[in-house]
Write a protein that binds this ligand. Structure first.
Ligand code: NAD
Ligand code: LMR
Length: 342
């Protein structure tokens, strides 16, 4: 059994680092997630080039972030190469944004409002992800894609189908980002157990929507009543809804997601650079269950996802959720595949 404890991120380095040379492209960089995520990437010593791409606002976002005194270069571009870019006079467009990228993080798309499910975002976000991944297939076919745009359960299969159609699909390099589910599980269990949440490593498996999110609380060894276990499980599964409701129509989680996306991205960069023992949860092509895509701890290496790891024993309570989850997850995967194959 492998721990899903999130590996450490680099300490804030305001000086140059000789660690790794890597370009990270953020697609949707002017958005609620995209802006703080881009800022955090600018702070990372593992990022030498930061490319901010969006349909609006990115020359401004990039100009702003570029004043943060770290060694990386920042570039901002819009879809139209003629529309202006940052630095002024640099080449814009998706091609310039993506060329040479090692990791492409995709938080582009609309967020939920109260009363919506993530699947309600499908009609808008499916084609956004499809178009952007077509660009990745053309301009950076070897990059690791970190897909944040919801519904992740379907957008990851869409991305895979797009890449397959272009003949460049590598299952090691297409990931749905489920790190926020583990962040929430660690936080809520830390509160329950009265311990520092950063010391915890709660495995969360399945997908990234409602009951497809399955925290394996039995593996923490924490004592809890049946009522506490049910309340904690459901809170983790519906943690996103908690934020959507509190934001009351102004969107969904952005700051915690930016943090989670940054943790994911920096650790992928460390693994690509040859650091060992980088194990993180990710929603990837998988054969450990009947679902074609499944989130579980994965070992990352120089090629991306080197190994999809198992998730250990489920108790009877967790097995009950698992049995309910699989058909729902498989339906959302098929919906993504059908869309992309149309
Ligand atoms: P937002 O509306 O604040 O930002 C989205 C950005 O995407 C906007 O700046 C928009 O201009 C841009 N965009 C739209 N179409 C684009 C395109 N074709 N190319 C490039 N950029 C484009 O939304 P947000 O709060 O940042 O959320 C973004 C997405 O992330 C949503 O789908 C949300 O549901 C999802 N999300 C996922 C997780 C997760 O855990 N995986 C967590 C939080 C949010
Ligand atoms: C989350 O888990 O916070 C995201 O998937 C956004 C949402 O819609 O809940």
């Amino acid at each position: 059994m492998f721990s899903s404890k999130l590996p450490a991120v680099a300490s804030r380095a305001f000086t140059s680092s000789s660690a790794v040379k890597a370009k990270v492209a953020v697609l949707g960089a002017a958005g609620g997630i995209g802006q703080p995520l881009s800022l955090l990437c600018k702070l990372s010593p593992y990022v030498t080039e930061l490319s901010c791409y969006d349909v609006v606002g990115t020359p401004g976002v990039a100009a702003d972030i570029s004043h943060v005194p770290t060694a990386s270069k920042t570039q901002g571009s819009l879809p139209d190469p003629e529309a202006g870019a940052w630095p002024t006079g640099s080449e814009g467009g998706l091609k310039a944004a993506l060329t040479g990228a090692s990791v492409v993080v995709i938080p582009a798309g609309v967020p939920r409002k109260p009363g919506m499910t993530r699947d309600d975002l499908f009609n808008t976000n499916a084609s956004i992800v499809q178009t952007l991944v077509e660009g990745c297939a053309e301009h950076c076919p070897d990059a690791v894609l970190a897909i944040i745009s919801n519904p992740v359960n379907s957008t990851v299969p869409i991305a895979a189908e797009v890449l397959k159609a272009k003949g460049v699909f590598d299952p090691k390099k297409v990931c749905g980002v489920t790190t926020l589910d583990v962040c929430r599980a660690n936080t809520f269990m830390g509160e329950h157990m009265g311990v520092d949440p950063s010391s915890l490593s709660v495995p969360v498996i399945g997908g990234h929507a409602g009951i497809t999110i399955l925290p394996l609380l039995s593996q923490t060894g924490a004592s809890m009543t049946d009522e506490e276990r049910e309340a904690l499980t459901v809170r983790i599964q519906f943690g996103g809804d908690e934020v959507v409701q509190a934001k009351a129509g102004a969107g969904s989680a952005t700051l915690s997601m930016a943090y989670a996306g940054y943790v994911f991205t920096e650790n992928v960069l460390k693994a690509l650079a040859g650091e060992k023992d980088i194990v993180m949860p990710a929603y990837v092509k998988s054969s450990i269950t009947s679902a074609e895509y499944f989130a579980s701890p994965c070992r990352f290496g120089v090629n991306g996802v080197e190994e999809v790891l198992g998730y250990g024993e489920l108790n009877e309570y967790e097995q009950g959720w698992f049995d309910k989850m699989l058909p729902e997850l498989e339906g959302q995967i098929q919906k993504g595949k059908d869309f992309a194959q149309k």
